[in-house]
Design a protein around this ligand. Structure first.
Ligand code: ATR
Length: 277
């Protein structure tokens, strides 16, 4: 398929120079035989500047925008006040994908489903699984609903500050009826123990290279860190205990593929993409 003028996309963040999204989306576009422009968009770290950038982009004919740190909550507020939100974005309290729907700004969140798709592509069993998520910030909040939709049967949220885990479990209970079906529990990070099928590290500790204070009696078959790009002590810890482990780069690709589908209507074949590399 050929196009006269390429559709325009951006990823908005601060910092943004390191973002791999332009390369990832250009690969998707190549596979879909679409011509696109996808640029990194720096934005000063304040809500007013973010709104100016978004308005200028869509007024100028832009088709879709990804939103990354630190603007996911600001994007959520913008859509809540002036447009619409998907259920996943509502539950996550954060938006990573923006587009126009009937002339209004629409926000979705593809991070959690991107994680689920990556776990499934790794062959990790989610149906009936006992899962623990470490961390109670935005990353943790964004993955809870998609994991429950994927059929897990038990969810525990463990956090250094236990009150935040408690608040998150309470908020989730009111956010979507499906979450009620499994009644998530919470505890302090250093109290978490026992055997889990999957443990997901959604804390930001991987950025520092430090290890979480975990009990020796905590075990799992599969350990996933949402971070990537450096050695992650969390993964080394569980790999040494015999678990299968994965960093989060596949989640990045997964969320990008879902954004691309929302914007262009085209599904990306991630297996074909891997083979092409
Ligand atoms: P994000 O939006 O990426 O989730 P966040 O909202 O700042 O970022 O949350 C970071 C998470 O990592 C929190 O759960 C935080 O624990 P606290 O709520 O107790 O602050 C967790 N975290 C960060 N550094 C940590 C560390 N050194 N040890 C344990 N947990 C840590």
């Amino acid at each position: 398929m050929s196009q006269s003028s390429p559709q325009h996309f951006i990823v908005i963040g601060n910092p943004i120079a390191h973002s791999k999204s332009p390369e990832i989306h250009q690969q998707f576009a190549k596979q879909a035989q679409l011509q696109i422009r996808y640029n990194r968009q720096y934005c000063p770290d304040d809500a007013a500047s973010f709104i100016d950038v978004v308005e200028a982009f869509f007024n100028g004919g832009g088709v879709g925008a990804n939103v990354t740190v630190p603007f996911k909550q600001v994007a959520y507020q913008l859509c809540a006040e002036r447009g619409q939100l998907s259920t996943h974005a509502q539950v996550a309290g954060a938006v990573n994908t923006l587009m126009l729907k009937e002339g209004k700004i629409y926000g979705d969140n593809t991070d959690g489903q991107g994680l689920v798709n990556h776990l499934l592509s790794l062959g990790w069993p989610l149906q009936g699984a006992k899962v623990a998520i470490l961390g109670a910030g935005g990353a943790s909040r964004g993955v809870a609903l998609p994991l429950i939709e994927a059929g897990i049967k038990q969810l525990t949220i463990a956090n250094r500050t236990v009150e935040k885990a408690q608040a998150l479990v309470q908020q989730l209970g009111t956010a979507s009826p499906i979450i009620d079906s499994i009644q998530p529990t919470y505890c302090a990070l250093e109290q978490l123990e026992g055997d889990f099928d999957i443990i997901i590290n959604a804390t930001s500790i991987g950025l520092s290279g430090d290890m979480l204070p975990l009990k020796d009696s905590l075990n799992c078959h599969y350990a996933y860190d949402m971070m990537y790009g450096r050695e992650l002590p969390f993964l080394t810890h569980f790999s040494d205990k015999g678990a299968e482990v994965s960093p989060g780069y596949g989640m990045l690709i997964g969320q990008a593929a879902l954004s691309f589908k929302l914007w262009t209507g085209t599904s990306v074949d991630l297996n074909a993409l891997n083979e092409a590399q």
